[in-house]
Design a protein around this ligand. Sequence first.
Ligand code: NOJ
Length: 564
Amino acid sequence: MQQATDQNWWKEGIVYQIYPRSFQDTTGNGVGDLQGVIRRLDYIKSLGVDIIWLNPVYVSPNDDNGYDIADYRNIMPEFGTMTDFEELLTGMKQRGLKLVMDLVVNHTSDEHAWFEASRASRDNPYRDYYHWWPAEKGTPPKRWSYFDVDGNAWKYDETTDAYYLHYFSVKQPDLNWENPKVRKEIHDIMKFWFDKGVDGFRMDVISFISKDTDFPELPQKYGGDFVSFYSDGPKLHDYLHELHTEVLGKYDVMTVGEAPGIGLDKALDFVDAERKELNMFFHFDLMALDREENEVFLMRKDSWKLPEFKKIHSEWDQVFARKGWGSIYLNNHDFPRSVSRWGNDSVVNWYNSATMLQTFLLTMRGTPYFYYGEEIGMTNIKFDSIADYQDINTVNRYKIVQNEGGDLAAFIENEKAASRDNARTPMQWDESTNAGFSLERPWLQVNENYKEGINVADQEEDHNSVLNYFRKMIAIRKAHPVLIHGSYRLLQENHEHIYAYTRTLDEHLFLILLSFSNNRSSITLNELDFEEAKLVISNDVEAEKHQGKSFELAPYQACVYRLL
Ligand code: NOJ
């Protein structure tokens, strides 16, 4: 039987996510590209990470920056060619790096040949590749859409007098997984990339692929919670198991499913190895912590509390304590920068916050996922004009508020904290024009704080930079398997300022102390024995401030102790 402590490259590996549009432009069009990633491979390797997850690079009209795919087997011309892709893969393999691609198969672009055929007539062979509701049946039952200006997931299409389903934008029609031909197409796409040498997939909104094709009214138990309803489709696990049987089981690859709507109770259905489905998935409990209930894009009015943060991570750790495996992340291309969101990006607290959060990810059980720029502490850009935003999500929700005569100033305030564009600003490489990202005007504005030390070149020079702390902390995780596989125990769950936990494996015992406070704070840990305690790392110069069992921490200080 598979054990949680079994070794595996994707359990021990550290993931570095790259949003290619924003990483490095080499052609001078203001958009990052594959040659840009190739140029930076030595840098990525130098971080100590093992796996690169690349956001979609396939042909796409970019209604949703590549999450609307028009051709699954070719590279978006803005990003380069298949030859560039192959060069990237070779360069990665030479450096011992693995590549995980994004698999977006809940929907395609409306410019995909399948959809163009599907919408042309009611009796064409591709009709059933998508979900259609003939208009003679009346208006289809309400389905909510993420990026639609009317919030409606059904779009009427005159050509065939029918509505098609799109959980995301009108240009992202949902595929019909009920159709075995669709599933076979998807299996073939996955094989195509695996045969090229790709090492895995991050699977976009994989929890949404199965729909009840009778399209009943939303069952009462879900209230307005569309996300839970979407994620609970009747054949979801049949499809995932089939993916495993037909494709995944034949390769040594990793899978991580994006799983909005999946809670603790359903987690093992996806990642219990014996069920032969996925390796890991991303839950959204943390991402919902600072949002209003069932309102993933709306910041909550009061602030989130540290005991809530601890509870989420402790409960998820418990789920995978014996079976399955977790993934752990604080930000990605859909959520704001971690230091601005979970720490404090003010000048005085930025350094400790960024490094404390790195310490957290690298001392928890589960595979840690870092997002480009997190290693140098990149922050939210907080645009204050709608004209600066590019993201379809912000732009279309602005239109909704405008159409409803709502409070646009309040909307922009919300987006300063919530917009996905906060996370998508160009990588800050150095102090040259546009932070060394591009010589031309970048597709999204660069954060000006690249001139204030938040850039790779400056941080390379400073032994104590956020960047070099990241490297040290990675080396520590790798040197101590207890930090990867060890069991986790939360201490003082109700402490409002300090997150304290231990990790234990065989005779090894580590203690991690993390301050999430703007003020000095203290904690007394009578339950532990500090006779042999050694400080392994701290992000604060005042590192060792403990007297017996009492510790005093500076704002956002992190300390890792080895007790045994
Ligand atoms: C989740 C992706 O992470 C997000 O960026 C995208 O907009 C939606 N899925 C739709 O594909």
